[in-house]
Ligand binder design. Structure first.
Ligand code: 26V
Length: 838
């Protein structure tokens, strides 16, 4: 039954509290404030209170954490190690509170102490240790692994500065350091005793030992220390807690006293600065791989420390390494940790005297690799020369792996020189470079893509020949999102409605969301659903008002595109449609236009000039439209600066329309698409990435698909990139491009966007012009559906109720069964996949 009350904020629906427990929490928070922070309540700032509350919570987590670790150890359970250069965690406070079941208690305790929980949670800076989808996926996976009680470690780097802070000045993006550790970090526990030496450079000597065995000895030129910092990751209902172990870099001897005493203060710490540079900041992902020695050092640093750590743990429990693959599954999140292939081989052979073939078998059985992009410019390769200089022993191992691998290639396709060249670990074409994707592929027993279409394309494109040589290794694991953060925490109103409608079981088993379906057409339920959405939209409007001074009508259609700014994601297509709509409204002001708010948010890599120009265009278009009295409230354009997880948690629950409009074949999966669908936004999107599976689940009639399909994109590109033909047929597009080109939106610099106009006309690689008409039509279809009222709400409800399959719990179960071979908590009966009505 849907709820009858008008209450749909979970904080209003408070359960009765245990008074004793409440008193205990209050005492604990005040004790932390006094003893750990050193402040009296009367003088404490909000920050002090936040930290005190976080520390009190951490105490409660630590017991479970130790217990989880002990249970796993005692039972000799296999562990999963998730190696990732990125973990885009966001805030942890309410996440941990919610999963521990302590949210109501802490809310009440803090209320009694005179500080509001919702205010305090804003004191926590986002842990923005990721660029976007890949890093956020790692964070969702960590939470799901803990929820499914899989003993797991996340391994990564504790960057001093996360992804840059974006400020918009006169429409332009500017980057500032993200000082997320400035006020300390109450979640992490430094482990000064967990330190490993990571070596670089130097030379390798070969000899034959007393048993006639060939031995390689690496004499490194430089050593850096890796120090562990652990952050607890609490699973749902707090039954299991895993660690996210991030490495910080430091020099083995912090100060050269002899140099210092000569008065050369900088020289005395130079080696320290060089070591510490490794964990200084997170690379933005859109920069060319060329010449970034520091990035290679980061990759090796965290791979080496992580493998040393897990091997030490294994040896402690098992006493030998032959059983490594039975007790450890190492997942490589993209190619960034693919040096694990060579590092594990090196440790097994050089440190533990194993034979090559045995070491290779163990390595392959232990490692698996996830590919997250097919973009050629994003596939990592490193110059052989750089390898030789930084990791000479690893290069030797790569050559040996390649020799054996090319032997297999030759046996598979005798005499086929092109085949050998294409599968080789060394790309001989553009200077000699090591192909990290190939290395990860060859060294893994499973390679997975992140959506059905992406996994298929992997077999047909980048890994075509490797797939031929090693059939059966590529598998698909469609991404997912954690519903605890993206539904329960981000959207308490909708969660309360879901509980009332589907029962409390829905909190543990998202497939129960399908019970909402019976009410999708019920007008009373629809009204409750709309009330929830409206409240979320009011909250977002308030934020927009505060940050940008733009007044938003919360009853307008909120049309949202939130993601990294990239040509293939096609924010430009959205802007062009905005311009076309602007002119259409101006042409016929008397028509009954659907009021829309176009909301953009996202960062461009600092070096990606074209993407930064697109941000400027969005802001210039916003300036013109928002100040045009002819338009009034019918169209508003908003660019929210500094997109991050916390901002996403406000925007997503308020969205009506989700823009997933990448050029078909280019978005590996997307996960924002799932978050928005789960929160009741309708998707307008291309047949790309996981959009395709979303259509299969929600039904073709509940999603707006437009544009070319992947094969059509390939075919059109083959004919050239000129778009004069389509522009000639599309008056809307032609006019929008002319406006961009002629300075309508940039009267202060009329030529500012000439390069964009030129690309749209003659270099339409991303098919923005080619897809425009189809997109414009789909948007008008959206207008019509929005005007139909109940039909829109029904489709939105069906999107929510059919999104269960996109829970990262489902994804992690699939990894656990097909790749890691680890048990999980039993799954509830999965909801049947709905047949798409096409
Ligand atoms: C990397 C680079 C590197 C240099 C040049 C441009 C460029 C563009 C994109 C990337 C993306 C790297 C990998 C990545 O973040 N992939 C994202 O992974 C998500 C989780 O699987 C997935 O949902 C997104 O579709 C995918 O783009």
């Amino acid at each position: 039954m849907p709820i009858q009350s008008t209450t749909d904020d979970f904080r209003l629906a408070k359960p009765p509290l245990d008074e004793l427990a409440l008193a205990e929490i209050k005492t604990a928070i005040v004790a932390k404030l006094t003893l750990a922070i050193g402040k009296e309540a009367a003088l404490a700032t909000k920050h002090d209170w936040y930290k005190a509350a976080a520390l009190a919570l951490r105490d409660r987590i630590v017991h479970r954490w130790l217990m989880s670790e002990k249970d796993s150890y005692d039972a000799g359970r296999k562990r999963v190690y998730y190696l990732s250069l990125e973990f885009l965690i966001g805030r942890l406070f309410t996440d941990a509170l919610n999963n521990m079941g302590l949210l109501p208690l802490f809310d009440a305790a803090l209320g009694d102490l005179g500080v509001g929980l919702s205010e305090l949670r804003k004191c926590e800076p986002d842990a923005a240790l990721g660029n976007g989808g890949l890093g956020r996926l790692a964070a969702c996976f960590m939470e799901s692994m803990a929820t499914l009680e899989i003993p797991a470690f996340g391994y990564g780097i504790r960057y001093d500065f996360g992804l840059f802070r974006q400020i918009i000045t006169q429409g332009w993006q500017q980057e500032y350091p993200d000082e997320w550790l400035g006020f300390g970090n109450p979640w992490e526990l430094q482990r000064p005793e967990v330190v490993y030496q990571v070596h670089f450079g130097g030379s390798v000597e070969h000899s034959v030992d007393s048993r006639g065995q060939e031995r390689a000895i690496w004499y490194p030129g430089e050593t850096v220390q890796a120090v562990a910092y652990d952050t607890p990751i609490v699973g749902w209902r707090g039954k299991h807690v895993n660690a996210l172990r991030l490495w910080s870099a430091r020099a083995p001897d912090p100060l050269r006293i002899d140099v210092f005493n000569t008065g050369d203060y900088l020289g005395a710490t130079a080696h320290e600065a060089r070591a510490e540079a490794i964990c200084k900041f997170l690379y933005p992902n859109d920069e060319s791989a060329a010449g970034r020695e520091l990035r290679l050092r980061q990759e090796y640093f965290f791979v080496s420390a992580s493998l040393q750590d897990l091997i030490k743990r294994h040896l402690h429990a098992e006493g030998q390494l032959r059983s490594l693959a039975k007790k450890a599954a190492v997942q490589l999140n993209d190619t960034h940790p693919s040096l694990a292939v060579t590092e594990l081989m090196r440790i097994l052979i050089d440190h533990h005297g194993m034979q090559w073939d045995d070491a290779w078998e163990i390595t392959r059985a232990t490692l698996s690799y996830t590919n997250h992009t097919l973009l050629p410019e994003a596939l990592e390769t490193w110059p052989v020369e750089l390898f030789e200089r930084c990791l000479p022993r690893h290069l030797e191992i790569i050559y040996r792996i390649n020799e054996l691998h090319l032997g297999l290639a030759n046996a598979c396709c005798p005499g086929d020189v092109d085949f050998r060249a294409s599968v080789s670990l060394i790309d001989e074409k553009a200077g000699r470079r090591v192909r990290m994707g190939h290395l990860a592929f060859i060294g893994s027993h499973r390679i997975n893509g992140v959506s059905a279409m992406h996994s298929d394309l992997m077999k047909e494109t980048v890994f075509h020949d490797l797939h031929h040589l090693y059939p059966g290794r590529i598998t698909n694991k469609t991404n997912g999102i954690t519903f605890r953060r993206w539904l329960m925490l981000a959207n308490p109103g909708l969660t309360e409605l879901a509980r009332a409608t589907c029962g409390d079981e829905v909190l543990d088993d998202p497939s129960r969301l399908d019970r909402m379906e019976d009410y999708a057409g019920d007008s009373a339920f629809q009204q409750q659903f709309r009330n929830v959405k409206h409240r979320n939209k009011v909250a977002l409007s308030r934020l927009i008002g505060e940050r940008l001074g733009i007044k938003i009508d919360a009853s307008a259609l909120f049309d949202v595109q939130i993601k990294r700014i990239h040509e293939y994601k096609r924010q430009l297509l959205n802007v062009l449609e905005t311009i076309a709509l602007y002119y259409a409204i101006k042409d016929e002001p008397q028509r009954d236009w659907v009021p829309r708010v176009k909301i953009f948010s996202g960062k461009a890599a600092a070096s990606y000039r074209y993407a930064k120009l697109i941000i400027k265009l969005i802001n210039d278009v916003a300036e013109t439209i928002n100040n045009d009295p002819d338009i009034a409230d019918r169209l508003k354009v908003v660019f929210l600066a500094d997109y991050n997880v916390s901002l996403a948690e406000v925007i997503i629950p308020a969205a009506d329309l989700s823009e997933q409009i990448s050029t078909a074949g280019m978005e590996a999966s997307g996960t924002g698409n799932m978050k928005l669908g789960l929160n009741g936004a309708l998707t307008i999107g291309t047949l790309d990435g996981a959009n395709i599976e979303m259509r299969d689940h929600v039904g073709a009639e509940n999603i707006a698909i437009f544009g070319m399909e992947a094969l059509e994109v390939v075919a059109r590109r083959a004919q050239g990139l000129d778009a004069t033909d389509v522009i000639g047929r599309s008056p809307h597009l032609a006019r929008a491009i002319r406006a961009v080109d002629s300075g309508v939106f940039s009267p202060d610099d009329v030529g500012r966007f000439a390069s964009i106009a030129h690309a749209l006309r003659h270099l339409d690689h991303y098919m923005v012009s080619a897809d425009f008409d189809s997109y414009y039509e789909a948007q008008r279809g959206i207008d019509a559906r929005w005007s139909a009222g109940p039909a829109w709400t029904r489709a939105a409800i069906l999107n929510v109720s059919r999104m269960a399959w996109f829970s990262s719990d489902r994804t992690i179960r699939e990894y656990a069964e097909d790749i890691w071979d680890v048990p999980t908590t039993p799954a509830a009966q999965p909801a049947p996949v709905r047949q798409a009505k096409r």
